[in-house]
Unconditional design. Structure first.
Lengths: 436, 259
């Protein structure tokens, strides 16, 4: 066996890690095969951003144990603000670094057959379901180095299954807390919505420590069956030292709707992929993203909707604000495959730069292999208008406050249209903190 | 409140290195209404922009003082908080910021933290001023100036004036683009402000505005300077006879700031 030097773990480690967790053989095998791939596959292509020097692989500790929270009262204040502590019938999973730290699922949902639990428990208790969908349909381990590494090293995450014809009324929430400087996060979220079901899932990634370096490799898969509606909200808020690869991908069956509401508020270098594959006829995707970049971070956001089915519709709306010396690339891709007639691909990306050193770029891309379709795109990159600031300041408002108003105004058209109230509120608060 | 005094002395102002104002002298006291008239291109709007601190205009010499404080040393927001206000000819549109939020931020910027205007009081006051200006109530929740008609923008400037209650206001062509009914409404709003603690400088091409707001002092601007001053009767004479008699009197051939 060859000994690889560019990864901090080897086959031996994976074998013992999997055994210690008491994992099924299929997962151990999947991990080992993926590790082989991780060594040979290249990094993903982040169009227009050089990521080959980024630290996606070097971390201190792949496995750390954290104390669970006995009750929500124990949560630090910054986490309490993310959840409604008073609410009794909540459906909430909190993960502390890699450790499942709190879980609450209402009796009502359990009675209806809804499964919501941490990924390790799901592998044990619902192995068949997990095996069927885990990196088989939406994301595959052998796409590139980071998906392979993810498959090999998954150490946290959640599984949500909604049975046929079940409509989950209240949002289901997951909070992933990063409060150990050494913890590397390989988090996997798997959501399976069976036919005719409806569900809203909201997640937060939040750092309460500021390590000099760290790694987050996050993959979320949404499998939306026939005539389902899945609304997926996220507010990512990881610390500046953490290099993040985050891939949220959905597969929509016939007449399925997947709506994404993503607040990309990480302070560290980030590569984000958000892809929806519209497989079934009449399926629908809507992605709304809000980004605030600051400091020296570099970010690359690819948002893509691929139309396979007929009469499919995809909408992408992204607004980003770049402060300080932050850099970001917004790639928007609408791809209509041959045969996806009567489909419609629409996208809009706008970037506002607040300082001379900030950089932003928006690349709208339409790839169309079918005649009978409609498509449209709009993109703009610009600096804050000095006359707007002058006008606001001429009423006594300080420059800082004027900039804050302009930023809020710029992001509002996206924030206000986010489909989940809770995400809207959280995001507004995070933006408030970041632009101050 | 005591009356304020704005004193402008020998003000020279350039834009992109080209001198527009060539020595303006003017004194405005609380309780006084001044009008600056003059044909296009004579530097009237430049004066208002320079007083407020527009980023493109450079004061090359001269001074502006408000109650003894050096205005030119102040940032734009400091000038506003010191008591200056400019109703702009072309107000910016700011998407995503509601008119009401903007107004409240403006008012609170003048107040200590913890002593912000109460929401109820703010709404009551805004409602009554909007009624007086015959503005639709929904304009409070619309984004600042976005999609406003020309007339709506002007009313909105006066709404801000009435809510902020500055010591000295400059109204830059507040009458342009207004029909006669709208002009009356706007004039009524401005006249409401009259009082010992409020001084006003109106910049206009037209005598028409001055039929509704009687000025105490009228100044004529040409070639980047105030070339003639008088009382309200001066405006009437300009209305009747135009500007040519002044040019002849002063031997001016081209009244505009030479290009």
């Amino acid at each position: 066996m060859t000994v690889e030097t560019n990864l901090p773990v080897d086959q031996e480690y994976i074998r013992s890690f999997s055994a210690e967790k008491g994992e099924a053989q299929w997962l151990a095998d999947l991990r080992l095969a993926a590790l082989d791939k991780a060594e040979e596959l290249p990094l993903p292509i982040a169009e227009k951003t050089k990521i080959n020097k980024w630290n996606f692989t070097q971390f201190t500790s792949h496995s750390v144990k954290s104390e669970p929270f006995a009750s929500l009262g124990e949560l630090p204040e910054e986490l309490k603000s993310l959840i409604n502590v008073e609410e009794v019938n909540k459906n909430l999973y909190i993960q502390r670094n890699q450790t499942p730290a709190f879980l609450s699922v209402s009796q009502d949902l359990t009675d209806q057959g809804v499964i919501f639990t941490d990924i390790a428990t799901a592998v044990k208790e619902h192995g068949d379901l997990v095996q069927k969908y885990f990196m088989t349909d939406a994301v595959k381990p052998d796409e590139h180095k980071l998906t392979a590494l993810h498959a090999a090293l998954v150490n946290g995450g959640a599984f949500l299954y909604v049975p046929k014809n079940v409509e989950v009324k209240e949002p289901i929430q997951a909070v992933y807390v990063h409060d150990n400087e050494e913890a590397a996060l390989f988090n996997h979220v798997l959501i399976v919505a069976d036919d005719n079901s409806v569900v809203t899932y909201v997640e937060n990634y939040v750092s309460t420590v500021a390590p000099e370096s760290g790694v987050a490799n996050i993959i979320a898969e949404v499998i939306a069956g026939t005539n389902t509606k899945v609304v997926y909200g996220a507010v990512d808020n990881l610390a500046s030292g953490v290099t993040t690869y985050v891939n949220r991908r959905g597969t929509a069956g016939r007449d399925a709707r997947i709506e994404w509401a993503l607040g990309m508020m990480n302070d560290g270098d980030t590569v984000s992929e958000n892809v929806t594959n519209l497989m079934g006829d009449g399926s629908f995707a809507d992605t709304k993203q809000v980004v605030v970049g600051r400091g020296n971070q570099s970010e690359n956001f690819t948002t893509k909707v691929v139309h396979f089915g007929k009469n499919t519709e995809g909408f992408i709306l992204k607004h980003g604000v770049m402060k300080d010396a932050a850099k970001s690339i917004f790639n928007g891709i609408g791809k209509i495959e041959h045969g996806a007639s009567k489909s419609n691909a629409v996208q809009e990306s706008r970037v506002l730069m607040l300082s001379e050193k900030a950089r932003g770029d928006a690349n709208p891309i339409l790839l169309i292999d079918e005649d009978d379709v409609t498509a449209g795109h709009a993109a703009s990159v610009g600096r804050v208008d000095p006359l707007q600031l002058y006008y606001l300041m001429s009423r006594g408002i300080t420059q800082q406050e004027a900039e804050r108003l302009v930023i809020h105004g710029f992001l509002a058209p996206v924030v206000e249209k986010l489909p989940i109230e809770g995400v809207k509120k959280q995001l507004t608060e995070v933006i408030e903190r970041k632009v101050r | 409140m005591t009356a304020s005094t704005l004193i402008i002395k020998d003000l020279h102002v350039a834009i992109d290195g080209k001198e527009i104002l060539k020595g303006v002298n003017l004194e405005i006291k609380g309780g006084e209404f001044h009008a600056i008239m003059g044909p296009n291109g004579t530097g009237k709007s430049t004066l208002s922009a320079a007083i407020m601190g527009h980023p493109k205009y450079e004061v090359t010499s001269g001074s502006i003082e408000l109650d003894g404080e050096d205005v030119l040393e102040m940032e734009v927001d400091e000038r506003a908080r010191a008591g200056l206000f400019l109703a702009m000819q072309y107000p910016s549109e700011i998407s995503g910021v509601t008119n009401a939020d903007f107004l409240r931020s403006s008012i609170n910027s003048r107040r200590e933290e913890g002593n912000e205007i109460s929401l109820m009081k703010f709404i009551r006051e805004m409602d009554s001023k909007m009624d007086l200006l015959e503005m639709d109530q929904d304009m409070a929740q619309r984004y600042l100036n976005e999609g406003f008609s020309g007339g709506e923008k002007k009313r909105n400037e006066i709404l801000q004036l009435m809510m902020i209650k500055p010591k000295i206001a400059i109204l830059d062509e507040i009458d342009s683009g207004l029909d006669i009914d709208a002009l009356k409404v706007v004039a009524e709003g401005i006249n409401e402000m009259r009082g010992e603690s409020f001084g006003c400088l109106m910049i206009t091409h037209y005598q028409r505005l001055l039929n509704y707001i009687t000025p105490d002092h009228v100044h004529v601007m040409m070639e980047g300077r105030i070339v003639k001053s008088g009382g309200a009767e001066l405006a009437h004479r300009l209305e009747a006879e135009g500007y040519d008699w002044i040019k002849q009197e002063l031997g001016i051939e081209d009244e505009t700031v030479s290009q």
